[in-house]
Design a binder for this molecule. Structure first.
Ligand SMILES: C[S@@+](CC[C@H](N)C(=O)[O-])C[C@H]1O[C@@H](n2cnc3c(N)ncnc32)[C@H](O)[C@@H]1O
Length: 418
């Protein structure tokens, strides 16, 4: 059979989907399988896999409506059909190209099946799916922890490409940049632009800004201005380290990952900012002297980043969330020992799981009566953020939706009295 143009990209997308759904990899690391392809094909493969991951429950419902066969979840025909439909719905790929590039991925009976299902669905006409359902287990969890509105907002947000948020060291630079590039500023030292490739933007090489979701820029804003020494615990790739260094603190940035710290170093060099870097596993480390403040941006399920990384919704299964929550409590206990009396400890996670946020802080406070929550003061966070009555901050899907939304986040500032 003559080779069909565009098939290598679809093959790579299929491998990525398999790596994410069956082997629990991130889309970034799964994308390595496409490394040998020309850049345009690599980009297409990642886009197809991403569009698929945004809509799996709805794509599966379509597939099941067009065949009486019960296709196993991870069977090749189902995977190929998901990819094909996602291209038509999410990327607007012409019907003939969708079919022609799907069929070479399967042989024999499955090939006839894929052809038949695609034919049926394309003749019927595909729906837009602009508020795709999330995996059932995730919807149930979020409905239980938050409410139906949060699930609805998350459905709307997973369908659209998030805006691009930039953080600046200087407020004057941010407002000038927003004016010159058609951006909006939703907080101090922040500019939001429509989604576009970062390499196309002015000022990257000059180190005038770094990419950082608006929600991710909030925790560092809770480190009090007058603190001299700050430990940025779990710091790489350094979005928050750069904020802290730009605010004038003396920053020690610790992370367990050498390669991620390498990226942090590059980020600091590019932005002409300074921090002391430490490569260490946090539970095995202790500082020579306690710090005036600590920011613990703990490793987590990252479900708050589902708009950019839809695969988190499949990777973050309950045992992973439980494990993560245990590590977070352990890291928080360690960090608490390294803080000076009167110091502030900010805990944050880019997670939408209460188990990694509220449920980490509550037992910590129970066991550490010399710590209490210090709610954000007026002006510390942008006005659109309303702290919880307990004093912590929970960012849920739906907040600032008209302006393009934000990642899901949890943060709390704890102060040590003695
Ligand atoms: C949420 S990311 C940090 C993002 C970073 N704060 C920023 O704003 O760019 C969590 C980090 O924790 C690090 N990490 C995970 N386990 C760790 C451990 N046991 N000790 C130190 N760092 C750890 C990971 O390497 C990862 O870089």
């Amino acid at each position: 059979m003559p080779s069909v143009e565009g098939v290598p990209a679809r093959k790579a997308a299929l491998q990525m989907l398999d790596a994410v759904l069956r082997r629990g990899q991130t889309l970034d690391s799964a994308g390595q399988s496409a490394r040998k392809l020309p850049p345009a094909d690599q980009g297409l493969a990642v886009a197809i896999a991403g569009e698929t991951l945004r809509r799996i429950p709805d794509l599966d419902a379509l597939i099941d409506s067009a065949t009486r066969q019960r296709l196993p979840d991870d069977s090749k025909p189902r995977m190929v059909l998901r990819l094909a439909l996602a291209q038509r719905i999410g990327l607007g790929t012409p019907e003939h190209a969708v079919v022609a590039t799907a069929l070479p991925l399967v042989d024999g009976g499955p090939r006839r099946l894929v052809h038949g299902v695609l034919g049926t669905l394309l003749r019927r006409g595909l729906p837009a799916i602009d508020a795709p359902r999330l995996p059932e287990a995730v919807e149930e969890r979020w409905r239980g922890a938050w409410d139906e509105e949060v699930v609805d907002a998350a459905r709307r947000q997973i369908a659209v490409k998030p805006a691009l948020d930039l953080s600046f060291a200087e407020e004057a630079e941010a407002s000038a940049y927003a004016d010159a590039n058609g951006g909006i500023s939703l907080a101090s030292r922040h500019v939001r632009l429509e989604s576009r490739p970062v390499a196309d933007l002015a000022g990257f090489g000059d180190g005038r800004w770094w990419v950082q979701d608006l929600a991710a820029s909030l925790p560092a804003r809770l480190i009090p201005d007058n603190t001299a020494t700050v430990l940025d615990l779990c710091a790489a790739p350094g979005g928050k380290t750069m904020q802290l260094a730009a605010a004038g603190h003396h920053v020690t940035a610790l992370d367990a990952s050498k390669s991620r710290l390498e990226r942090l170093r590059e980020n600091l060099d590019r932005t002409h900012l300074k921090a002391e870097l430490v490569t260490a596993d946090a539970p095995d480390w202790s500082p020579r002297q306690p710090f005036d403040a600590i920011l613990l941006d703990a490793p987590c399920s990252a479900t708050g980043t589902f708009r950019r990384h839809p695969e988190v919704l499949y990777r973050a299964r309950p045992p992973i969330i439980a494990q993560s929550s245990e590590l977070q409590s352990h890291l928080l206990d360690r960090a608490a020992q390294w803080l000076k009396p009167g110091g502030a400890l900010v805990y944050s996670v880019c997670s939408l799981e209460s188990q990694e946020g509220e449920a980490v802080i509550d037992p910590f406070l129970g066991q550490n009566p010399h710590f209490s929550i210090d709610p954000p003061r007026p002006g510390e966070l942008p006005d659109f953020v309303t702290p919880h009555e307990r004093g912590w901050v929970r960012i849920l899907p739906g907040l600032l939706e008209a302006e393009g939304g934000m990642d899901g986040f949890f943060m709390a500032r704890l102060v040590r009295s003695a």
